[in-house]
Design a protein around this ligand. Sequence first.
Ligand code: PLP
Length: 398
Amino acid sequence: MLNSRYVAMTSHESVIRKIFMYGKERAKVVGYDNVFDYSLGNPSVAVPDCFNEAIHEILNTQDDVTVHGYSPSLGISETRVAIARSLNQRYGMSYEEKHIFMTVSAAGAVAHALRAVLEEPGDEIITFAPYFSEYKPYVEGAGGRLVVTPADIDTFQIHFEAFEALLSPQVKAVLINTPNNPSGVVYSAQTLDRLAKILMRKSQEYGHTIYIISDEPYRELVFGGVEAPYVAAHYPNTFTCYSFSKSMSIPGERIGYIAVHPECEDADIAVQVFGQISRGIGHNCPPSLMQLAVARCADATSDLSVYEENKNILYRELTALGFACVEPGGTFYMFPRSLEPDDVAFCEKAKKYDLLLVPGTGFGCPGHFRIAYCVPTEKVIRSLEAFRQLAVEYAVSQ
Ligand code: PLP
């Protein structure tokens, strides 16, 4: 008999995938151009030239065993050194090779970080709504319990009163995501400092370290004029989980890392511990070719400007139509309030105009919906009429 927990999960299909598949079917009927599919966070811009050039150069100059063989279990040395150097230069940190662990993207990084801190049955991980819907399976799969702090819906910064009330001795880590999927909001330095202060005080009170697991695949997707603080610079007991998926438009290549703050508790052995965790979950040795390629362009990003252009259009036009929305500071998501309290019913109604939106309920924040605007700008512009008709339908019915 198969494991009943996983069998039960098969009947809870991802809402986002379901909407995406609906869009594919609908496109066969009305044509791809007429479906405004805002469901999936799949990057829509070209990969940076340096990444493709690096792959060609590696294939032309390195031997097959280096390129296609197993990598060392903690990652290829030149890659770990290049990433440490890049983070030190950009954020004034002092990482060394021993603090960097190569992973299969952000999902792989978070999987290792969670297992490193969860110990006893009943251990908890706290996150903040709205949160990436995969956090529940990530945490439960690692043997923990996900505790969700309700959102401050006026700012989507942290609701500190609610957070402190939930921060029990069972909490081993706080899982944060800034810039945030789905709100697009970037946590301010003030928010991070206040979080750090609480965690230091509570770690002392409870007699064990409460870590921050900082999930940052959108770190470079920040709009002009917005300051995006480096989370680990605000709290030493931080595991920074990163992925090149969004910044270089390479989610299919599955490459990322964990950076352990040099002053973190057990900083000298954390990466070794991650290596042992890999043995247990079979998530070891990320692709060698990808490790070698990112080592050569650790600072590079795609041209991300289209996301800001799309955000500007949608934010301006939707707020003019009467949608309430916290302005995103980055990512390619926004999270307006739905025009009725039932966000699922709202997104169902939007389908009538071939607008595919994701209900906020799946992100722990009902009464909202997510727009993933990683789509061509001309399509964003053509979708505005559909948003207008949807808003008119609600205005008429009131
Ligand atoms: N964390 C967040 C907040 C995400 O939005 C995603 C993907 O959309 C992931 C993690 C997983 O990213 P990766 O493709 O790097 O595993």
